[in-house]
Design a protein around this ligand. Structure first.
Ligand SMILES: NC(=O)c1ccc[n+]([C@@H]2O[C@H](COP(=O)([O-])OP(=O)(O)OC[C@H]3O[C@@H](n4cnc5c(N)ncnc54)[C@H](OP(=O)(O)O)[C@@H]3O)[C@@H](O)[C@H]2O)c1
Length: 264
């Protein structure tokens, strides 16, 4: 189904993948509700969306706060009535340092990357079920396929999200609600640029957005890219412990030796 003349809520619309998806959808006369915390950035994206011919409003909302999400959803409904699609991209990533594990940090990552999506799903889903239509698309990560070095907290939050979406996809299909899990490897965004590791086959946010929208329109449940890293991660996922552990223990030791200022 072409995403045209639809009402779409986009979290994480102020930057990176969410911003690029907003701009991609703005070319097809959609009504976009942009969500993020950075008002200036949301205003900038909204101006570009309107220039492309779509209707647009923004809402400064922290996705960690369920009350704020519900309020934002009610305001959305006053303006645009019903929600045809949720595109949930709000998230953050940092590496985990096993020498100073920090519960607050683990919780914040879960609150944004997992519960932040759930808050929106809980707000918008009942009406989608009533109408027997709607799309829920959320950005997880290929890194959620396995426990990777320095990824304890980020990987866990994304694995929770991927697993939750997969279950919802199965249960909601008969009610006409499409659930798509987006699993990027590397996309060139402010978040990815913070890290100083190599990013093979990195895609631009624009290329990722075009691909994501096309695959959602095709009704795909899992949208993973690029193919080369999807294939690699599928192989890694299938590795038995006696191969996975020595291989990744070595990679972990090298990462530790190198150090990374973004580990917490
Ligand atoms: N880039 C990659 O290589 C890559 C790879 C795999 C998965 N991903 C996933 O893709 C998604 C988008 O990331 P990105 O690369 O586009 O990063 P980004 O450019 O840093 O964008 C992150 C977005 O999330 C929003 N956000 C973060 N915390 C929020 C909160 N508490 N409440 C509301 N909004 C919040 C930010 O908005 P404000 O600052 O305005 O709040 C921003 O719009 C993330 O879920 C990320 O985990 C990215």
């Amino acid at each position: 189904m072409k995403i045209e003349n639809k009402s779409v809520i986009i979290s994480g619309a102020s930057s990176g993948i969410g911003r690029a998806v907003a701009l991609q959808l703005s070319k097809f006369s959609n009504r976009l509700w942009l969500v993020g915390r950075n008002q200036e950035a949301l205003e900038e994206v909204a101006a570009l969306v309107r220039k492309n011919g779509s209707v647009c409003e923004w809402s400064v909302t922290d996705v960690q706060d369920p009350v704020a999400v519900e309020e934002s959803f009610q305001l959305f409904k006053e303006k645009f009535h019903s929600c045809d699609m949720l595109f949930l991209s709000a998230g953050f990533a940092e590496l985990t340092n096993v020498e100073k594990l920090n519960f607050q940090f683990a919780r914040a990552m879960m609150e944004t990357n997992y519960f932040g999506c759930l808050h929106w799903i809980l707000a918008a889903l009942p009406e989608m079920q009533k109408r027997n239509q709607g799309i829920i698309a959320a950005v997880s990560a290929l890194a959620s396929y396995r426990g990777l070095p320095q990824g304890a907290f980020y990987g866990a939050s994304k694995a929770a999200l991927s697993n939750c979406l997969e279950s919802l996809r199965i249960d909601l299909q008969r009610q006409g609600v499409q659930v798509s899990t987006i699993l990027p490897a590397f996309v060139d965004t402010p978040m990815a640029r913070k890290f100083d590791y190599a990013m093979p086959n990195v895609w631009s946010a624009e290329k990722a957005a075009k691909y994501i929208v096309k695959q959602i329109e095709k009704g795909k449940g899992e949208i993973a890219f690029p193919w080369s890293l999807l294939f690699l991660m599928k192989c890694v996922r299938a590795l038995p412990e006696f191969i996975f552990d020595p291989l990744f223990t070595k990679i972990s030791a090298e990462a530790h030796k190198k150090g990374n200022s973004l580990t917490r």
